[in-house]
Design a protein around this ligand. Structure first.
Ligand SMILES: Nc1ncnc2c1ncn2[C@@H]1O[C@H](COP(=O)(O)OP(=O)(O)OP(=O)(O)O)[C@@H](O)[C@H]1O
Length: 337
């Protein structure tokens, strides 16, 4: 579990002080993947660097499994650092060392005996799906494979936390997929808490349980992705759910009721909406939206229109089955928004 409280960090800038982190607080539950997103300069990397103890914050606290990292020094600080694996933003493998040799580096530094080291390197290569590339040098590996070696190296000392800063930014969609699969395994098979800095919402969509949205050094949204998609006005919802905006602008019909519904899990793939219509004897039309998957959970957002006396009862019934139903003003020809 990572708990960040009221973290601030400023840098001297040309036009005065730049407040990179301005009172950041967030929690990353143990064994989850948090996506830290936000526009360029929002403070994402600074946050990751502070948690990785590569940057000293000006104030605030960072606790990993209960230990406050900011107050540590000497041997205690070195021990805490071993709890945090870091996948650097830039390609950081040593060119003259093989994949196995790169992964072994932190184990050599920790003076792990040879046989144990070999065994651990083999396990890590297996975890990242590169057992057959152990003897390859970085130049003989693809970008995605190099990144997976960097992840294995960051995990060598069995940290409880893994930080990855833009781990897929230089990769094409296919190799991105292989790196994300590895991060997912790191969380699910090793129980490691993972913090991924990314500007790519597809990363959040694929693997993140939680999200923190940063803007100008502040957290403007933080929580479980599957909770936030149902929250009104949520940035996470607008970035991850199927679009509704183009819907019904020129829709000429009028309806008794119009509502946006968000369905998570089984409800998204089941026959909930048609069943609501037939049970209540209403006519139900889909005006827009669609289905998607978030971290393997099916999720749908639809704008629906209902005609019939029992339209309200049908919407209530849908809501009682776990859908989030938000009523819209009834559409009138040409005025829908
Ligand atoms: N070492 C530094 N010295 C001076 N200013 C810095 C330093 N590191 C970060 N900053 C400034 O702090 C602010 C936040 O930077 P940071 O790199 O954390 O943002 P980011 O969200 O990771 O951006 P990007 O997506 O572009 O990497 C920016 O204005 C940046 O210029």
């Amino acid at each position: 579990m990572i708990t960040v409280e009221n973290l601030t960090k400023s840098f001297p800038g040309r036009g005065g002080e730049v407040r990179a982190l301005d009172g950041v607080s967030l929690e990353v539950p143990a064994g989850t993947i948090l996506g830290v997103v936000g526009t360029s300069g929002a403070g994402k990397s600074t946050l990751a660097r502070c948690i990785a103890l590569l940057e000293q914050p000006d104030s605030g606290s960072i606790r990993v499994d209960g230990t406050d990292l900011v107050s540590l020094s000497g041997a205690a600080l070195r021990a805490a650092r071993r709890q945090i694996g870091v996948v650097p933003q830039t390609d950081s493998l040593l060119r003259q060392r093989t994949a196995a040799g790169n992964i072994a580096l932190p184990l050599e530094a920790a003076k792990v005996p040879g046989p144990q080291r070999k065994q651990r390197v083999a396990e890590l290569l297996e975890l990242v799906g590169l057992s057959d590339k152990a003897a390859n040098f970085p130049d003989q590996l693809s970008g995605g494979q190099r990144q997976r070696v960097a992840i294995a190296r960051a995990l060598a000392a069995s940290p409880s936390v893994l930080l990855a800063d833009e781990p897929t930014s230089a990769l094409d969609p296919e190799t991105t997929g292989s790196v994300l699969t590895v991060l997912d395994r790191v969380r699910s098979e090793l129980g490691v808490t993972v913090l991924v800095v990314t500007h790519d919402m597809a990363v959040v969509r694929r693997i993140c349980d939680d999200i923190a949205v940063l803007e100008q050094g502040r957290v403007v949204e933080n929580g479980k992705v599957l909770d936030l998609i149902s929250a009104p006005g949520s940035r996470t919802a607008s970035a991850l759910l199927p679009e509704l905006d183009q819907v019904s602008q020129q829709h000429s019909a009028t309806y008794d009721r119009v509502a946006d519904v968000v369905l998570v899990g089984f409800a998204a793939i089941g026959a909930l909406l048609p069943e609501a219509a037939s049970r209540h004897g209403v006519e139900l039309s889909l005006l827009g939206g669609g289905m998607t998957r978030l971290n393997d959970t099916p999720v749908a957002r639809f704008r629906i229109a209902l005609n019939g006396e029992r339209a309200d009862a049908a919407l209530k019934w849908i809501g009682e089955r776990g859908a989030v139903v938000r009523h819209k003003p009834t559409l009138v020809a040409g005025t829908a928004a």
